[in-house]
Design a protein around this ligand. Structure first.
Ligand code: 0X9
Ligand code: ZN
Length: 428
């Protein structure tokens, strides 16, 4: 009896590993009664209180305290009373955003996982995204080539494509899904890829055909799958790291000013940078791939969520990159274009100036190591109403406004001389 149960469990795990099925309910982390608060952080005392909470069980910072003075913090039911008491002794002004996080998770992707067909009406599993990438290669063999850029700790591939209408066009690299729970990122990246192939809008067509596109929708496939099967709010990779905890923050693990700030040396922390630069299979293998094409790209754009920001390097220091003024100007054109369609407001600026210190990010490594001139990180919708759990009905609007902003970005960049294939070299 006992052994048949064990056999069953083994079988289930095999299915989970190789199949596209869901975890059983008791393996899935639930967020019943968890609350999400947006808090105002007016002074150092409140900042310290929040910073100390970071690694406490039952407190989860969705958004770390930002320069403009707010943070989003999720509290487990057992900690709510204690949190309210702490809050009363400081000037934190909590605003309740979600009274039951699980309800938002249940409502986010109402259609569930649809196998086979690919669209932007729901969030998809990794296999579905990868099959769709394969189908693009089959349907458009002249322009879409498959790439295995890297691999993950659990042995998954990091799949991407190169889209090229004319060999030798200046290259743009698009990174999606480095943080597992930011589901809107792979969804927007796949939408953009689809439009670059199929859109009949003349400005999109011009952009699509003027550049070579290296597009990787899911940089952290283990984490992404884990958010689908087990814990919707997982952020990191899935390697066992110590103290019984798993994963490093793949956006703190790159070998440029590694672990200089905005990290925690506790392996259980959400911002654990790993025990050394490139300790994670995902970042190490992808960095090798990027190295192999670095002479071909003039731009690197990473997609995260959430906050509605367009970030300029670096994350370790507020010292501005050499072409900051150009990037700021291009960024402003870009976020203006983004706001035209639905009025969505973004802010543009240096990471340290507009959010917080965060060293070891992918974009920073690309910029710092190869001097790639046009580097941005998007923090997509929203500003904390739904946060990471953005309803699937917002995928298409988010993707459309983001594509508008990319068109403006590369039009303005070209006007300033970036990525023009007319010049001998499209680098600075
Ligand atoms: O903290 C992060 O890694 C990003 N924010 S998120 O809420 N999506 O986790 C900010 C990225 C900063 N980027 C770099 N330092 N390159
Ligand atoms: Zn992120």
């Amino acid at each position: 009896m006992e052994s048949s149960c064990t056999m069953q469990a083994v079988f289930l795990h095999l299915l989970l590993l190789f199949g596209n099925i869901d975890a059983t309910d008791d393996e899935r982390k639930r967020y019943d009664g968890y609350r999400l608060y947006k808090v105002f952080v007016p002074d150092d005392e409140s900042l310290e209180l929040l910073t100390n909470m970071q690694d406490d069980d039952g407190y989860h910072l969705w958004l770390r305290p930002m320069i403009n003075g707010t943070a989003d913090v999720m509290i487990s039911p057992a900690r709510i009373q204690e949190f309210m008491q702490k809050v009363n002794t400081t000037k934190l002004e909590p605003e309740l955003m979600m009274d039951n996080v699980q309800k938002y998770i249940d409502d986010e992707n109402p259609r569930g996982n649809v196998r086979g067909a690919f669209d932007w009406l729901g969030y998809h599993r990794l296999n579905t995204i990868y099959s769709w990438l394969d189908s693009l290669v089959t349907q458009h063999p002249e322009i879409v080539k498959p790439i295995i850029g890297g691999s993950s700790y659990e042995g998954r591939r990091i799949k991407g494509v190169k889209l090229s209408y004319k060999e030798g066009n200046p290259g743009i690299f698009i990174e999606g899904g480095i943080h597992a729970r930011e589901w809107i990122s792979p969804a927007v990246v796949t939408y953009i890829l689809n439009e670059l192939i199929l859109s009949d809008d003349s400005r999109v067509r011009y952009m699509a055909e003027s550049y070579d596109w290296y597009i990787f929708p899911v940089f952290n496939p283990d984490g992404y799958e884990y958010t689908h099967t087990t814990n919707r709010l997982w952020r990191k990779t899935r390697r066992p790291t110590g103290r019984g905890c798993y994963g490093a923050d793949p956006n703190r693990n790159w070998n440029f000013h590694w672990a200089e700030g905005g990290v925690s040396r506790n392996p259980c922390s959400e911002i654990y940078p790993g025990d050394k630069p490139f300790s994670e299979t995902e970042t190490r293998t992808m960095s090798q791939y990027i190295d192999s094409i670095q002479t071909k790209i003039f731009s690197y754009v990473a997609f995260h969520s959430y906050s509605q920001l367009l970030l300029i390097p670096y994350g370790h220091s507020n010292k501005r990159v050499s072409n900051y003024d150009d990037l700021f100007q291009i960024g402003n054109y870009s976020i203006n274009a983004l706001s035209q369609r639905y009025g969505t407001r973004y802010k543009v600026g240096n990471i340290v100036d507009i959010i917080y210190v965060a060293s070891g990010g992918s974009m920073d490594w690309v910029r710092g190591t190869y001097n790639i001139p046009v580097t941005y990180t998007y923090e997509l919708r929203d500003k904390g109403r739904y946060g990471f759990i953005l309803p699937a009905s917002q995928i298409i609007p988010t993707a459309k406004e983001t594509l508008d902003s990319l068109v403006a970005m590369f039009e303005q960049a070209a006007k300033l001389g970036y990525g023009s294939s007319m010049t001998a070299q499209f680098r600075l």
